[in-house]
Ligand binder design. Structure first.
Ligand code: HEM
Ligand SMILES: *[C@@H]1O[C@H](CO)[C@@H](O)[C@H](O)[C@H]1NC(C)=O
Length: 332
């Protein structure tokens, strides 16, 4: 009996050995407790500065959430987006998706300064962007999740990557899905993460094509509700007013909820890239309907997909650096 127990334990150990001793996580070694000892105040500092920034400017939650997306889709989540031009670096801030649009860098600077004061040379700008994205969701009424940490910062930027890898609002469904798949993300990630457009603004230039000449035939997009289109045309004329701002979700522009998907079902999606989630693919259509019905399901998928996005090719271990100023690489 004792002997057979011993054999049993031996067999179990043999079976588990490959899992216990040689399993490598797919992505670097990110884990939520990464700074628990080296910077125990980190979470509190980030949360309180995000809260102050959103209290000053309600749009800021949206702007900060978007920073993480535009960082992760270009060379991975490495804070390449935060670098200013200079010393051989052409800033991603000048790219087509970012210019006159991306914002919130002063808030990241403020957080980085406070974190450096509490825990010098410890916390990466890339991790700050990731925590900030989660806190922005929470403060707008969206889901929360534990944020895997341990990313390091790049020593370069890629304006080409920023121009090519971030989806454009007039890309086709397949182009956008391909751009997500290239990052290791799938169709569920695409539909769930697009729900970030439940908060924040877009400029007239980002959707004008739909109002006047969707297919080069001088006709508006017939998948856009005519009454909504005519309201939009008032502030987004055929020419001029390029930078005029519109709510991505006019029903509840500051609340992170599922009204984005309800709007799409009512043909009131603002961007072409929003509306085509309903009209160009069966699977994504089903998800839009499910999220419009079931906010909990949307929140659950959004949180998981944000973690997936945060796992895009992080720099870990000896790679990259901990920048002292998020706008510049360290000088030695
Ligand atoms: C699926 C492909 C996507 C496309 C084509 C797209 C495109 C855009 C465009 C054109 C704007 C308005 C920019 C402007 O006119 O200034 C915008 C805003 C925004 N996007 Fe996306 N986006 C996509 C996915 C995402 C994802 C994955 C997130 C985050 C998880 C996100 C978060 C936001 C937020 C929060 C805003 C508002 C920002 C603000 O008010 O400052 N987007 N997006
Ligand atoms: C998409 O928009 C860009 C910039 O507004 C424009 O140059 C391009 O021609 C548009 N693409 C299509 C397929 O309409």
């Amino acid at each position: 009996m004792v002997k057979s127990m011993g054999y049993f334990v031996f067999v179990v150990l043999l079976t588990l050995a490959p899992i216990c001793f040689s399993h490598k996580p797919q992505v670097g070694y990110l884990f939520p407790q990464f700074y628990d000892h080296s910077c125990p105040q980190l979470q509190q500092i980030v949360k309180s500065i995000v809260a102050q920034a959103v209290a000053r400017d309600r749009r800021m939650a949206a702007s900060l959430l978007r920073l993480h997306f535009h960082d992760c889709f270009v060379k991975g989540c490495d804070a390449s987006l935060l670098l200013d031009s200079g010393e051989g670096i052409v800033s991603e801030k000048e790219s087509k998706p970012n210019k006159n649009s991306i914002r919130g860098f002063e808030v990241i600077d403020e957080i980085k300064a406070a974190v450096e004061k509490a825990c010098p040379h410890t916390v990466s700008c890339a991790d700050i962007l990731t925590i900030v994205a989660r806190d922005s969701s929470v403060i707008a009424g969206g889901p929360s999740w534990e944020v895997p940490l341990g990313r390091r910062d790049s020593r370069g930027a890629s304006i080409q990557g920023s121009n090519n890898d971030i989806p454009a609002p007039n890309n086709t469904f397949n182009t956008i899905l391909t751009k997500f798949k290239r990052q290791g993300l799938n169709l569920v990630d695409l539909v769930a993460l697009s729900g970030a457009h439940t908060i924040g603004n877009a400029r007239c230039v980002s959707f004008r094509q739909r109002l006047y000449n969707q297919n080069g035939n001088g006709q508006p997009d017939f998948t856009l509700d005519p009454a909504y289109a005519s309201k939009l045309r008032n502030q987004c004329p055929r020419s001029g007013g390029d930078q005029n701002l519109f709510f991505l979700d006019y029903v509840s522009p500051f609340n992170f909820d599922n009204s984005y998907y309800k709007n799409i079902l009512a043909n009131n999606g603002l961007l072409n890239s929003d509306q085509i989630l309903l009209t160009k693919n069966q699977e994504s259509m089903q998800l839009v309907k499910q999220y419009a019905e079931n906010m909990e399901l949307f929140f659950d998928h959004f949180a998981k997909s944000m973690i997936n996005m945060g796992n895009i090719t992080p720099l870990t271990g000896p790679k990259g650096e901990i920048r002292q100023n998020c706008r510049r690489i360290n000088s030695y």
